[in-house]
Design a protein around this ligand. Structure first.
Ligand SMILES: NC(=O)c1ccc[n+]([C@@H]2O[C@H](COP(=O)([O-])OP(=O)(O)OC[C@H]3O[C@@H](n4cnc5c(N)ncnc54)[C@H](OP(=O)(O)O)[C@@H]3O)[C@@H](O)[C@H]2O)c1
Length: 426
């Protein structure tokens, strides 16, 4: 690093990149030792500030490969391959430090990035990659360093949380609220990764790898999204005292780790059930600090840029010289099949006798006991059918799936049974 100034090169001036420039300009009155030596932006942009008078502007971030006049690369392009991967890997090999918001890249190349850091004595920081405005990486990496983390769970995707909260609040179905979210800029034009659970799985893999010191690949996480969640289930869950949230959960038990992403029912009294809209909420359970809960904006230009700048400032402090280990532990995965928990089930059946006993018989075979049941007669113009909602006591997922498979084949079942898991968090 140069003697006085810390030189940074920024790649990508999109949502987060622009947010970072705003913060850097605001920051100019403070005594900072940051100098922006280069900006790579495909789009034309203008910043009239003395702060950028010595800044080189590149039209493509790939030009940063032949550029050396920086101490910290800030990668804000995104994507797990191509130019973002090339410049990050290149910078680490050049013994530069790197700050990124790129969850896809960090989760995919966790092992390789840690090897590069170790080999080249460089540092990669990625606070913004998980829950933009919540400093959860620093919590795990620094604050809880003296504790043993047992479990991390929460709402890691603001778009899904916005959709689930607003479906119920405005009595609208998934498609309509997704449309609203896109108009308001809370969902991208292609929202697949947000709603199908992939984005949550990326973030969970990072949290899990960091907390349990291993290499948890996103593809090992079985994720279910919210795209099939129906308004009527949100309403019934609400009447039963629950909220439906897209949950990411990672937990270690005797060197075995479970990593689940699925929409589930949470008691309205639990910490995270109260968190609605675009907010994220993360609970960390550890042996001495017990339960810590963090709530904040999960995305957006300025919350995310705040995380990015905090990493830059941390790296520019020469007193801090963190070296991360690249020796990972191997943990066995606990499969979803062995999940032991309770369930919400909605059956659509013929409205006749023998239905409840038919369901109960299968429950008995698979060791499943009912906790509550409500039944209502439903009608279309020409037809009469029954909606039966059952919540269960805890049972194994494998048993539940086998029972549902059998039940769905019974002749009185009209539609495939809807199931959601219930998590018993306080
Ligand atoms: N947005 C958020 O709230 C948020 C929150 C947390 C983390 N993140 C992460 O932050 C990163 C950036 O996200 P974003 O929302 O800011 O994305 P974005 O708005 O799409 O910005 C990315 C920018 O990079 C530019 N770019 C692409 N290839 C380039 C190249 N070869 N050279 C120079 N510039 C190039 C794009 O230019 P064009 O405009 O020409 O395509 C675009 O302006 C991603 O990894 C994302 O996952 C975002």
């Amino acid at each position: 690093m140069s003697n006085n100034k810390i030189k940074i090169a920024i790649a990508g001036i999109g949502t987060v990149g622009k947010g970072l420039l705003d913060l850097l300009l605001k920051y100019k009155n403070n005594e900072t030792n940051l100098e922006i030596s280069a900006i790579a932006s495909r789009r034309k942009f203008k910043v009239e500030s003395r702060k950028f008078k010595n800044t080189l502007i590149f039209a493509d971030a790939k030009e940063l490969i032949d550029f050396d006049d920086y101490d910290i690369l800030v990668e804000l392009i995104g994507g797990d391959e191509g130019v973002s991967k090339n410049i990050v890997f290149d910078a680490l090999k050049k013994k530069k430090n790197v700050v990124t918001a790129n969850k896809a890249l960090v989760s995919k190349y966790w092992r390789e990035l840690h090897s590069l850091m170790k080999k080249n004595e460089s540092i990669l920081k990625y606070e913004a990659a998980v829950a933009g405005g919540i400093p959860i990486i620093k919590v795990i990496d620094e604050f809880l360093v003296s504790n043993r983390i047992k479990k991390i769970y929460g709402i890691l995707n603001g778009t899904s949380n916005f959709i689930l909260s607003n479906m119920l609040a405005y009595d609208k179905n998934f498609k309509k609220i997704l449309n609203d979210a896109q108009k308001l800029g809370y969902a991208e034009s292609d929202p697949s990764f947000d709603v199908d659970g992939t984005d949550t799985a990326h973030k969970l893999s990072i949290l899990s790898s960091l907390a349990f010191n291993y290499n948890n690949k996103t593809e090992n996480i079985k994720n279910e999204g919210i795209q099939n969640v129906e308004l009527q289930d949100l309403k019934i869950a609400d009447s039963l005292g629950y909220k439906v949230k897209l949950l990411g959960l990672t937990e270690i038990e005797k060197k075995k780790v479970k990593n689940f992403v699925y929409p589930c029912l949470l008691s309205k009294d639990s910490f995270i059930a109260k968190v609605d809209g675009v907010y994220n909420a993360i609970v960390v359970e550890s042996d001495f600090c017990k339960k810590s809960c963090f709530i904040g904006e999960g995305a957006g230009a300025h919350p995310t840029a705040t995380s990015v700048l905090s990493d830059i400032i941390r790296l520019s402090d020469k007193r801090i010289n963190q070296k991360k280990s690249s020796v990972f532990v191997k943990h066995k995965e606990i499969s979803l099949e062995s999940r032991f928990g309770s369930y919400y089930l909605r059956f659509t059946t013929d409205d006749r006798s023998g239905v409840i006993s038919g369901i109960a018989n299968q429950f008995k075979k698979y060791n499943i006991s009912m906790k509550s049941m409500l039944q209502k007669e439903s009608r279309t113009k020409s037809d009469r059918y029954a909606t039966i909602v059952i919540t269960t006591h805890s049972c194994f997922e494998k048993n539940m799936m086998q029972a549902l498979d059998k039940i769905n084949r019974l002749n009185f079942i009209r539609n495939k049974t809807v199931y959601l898991r219930i998590e018993d968090f306080k």
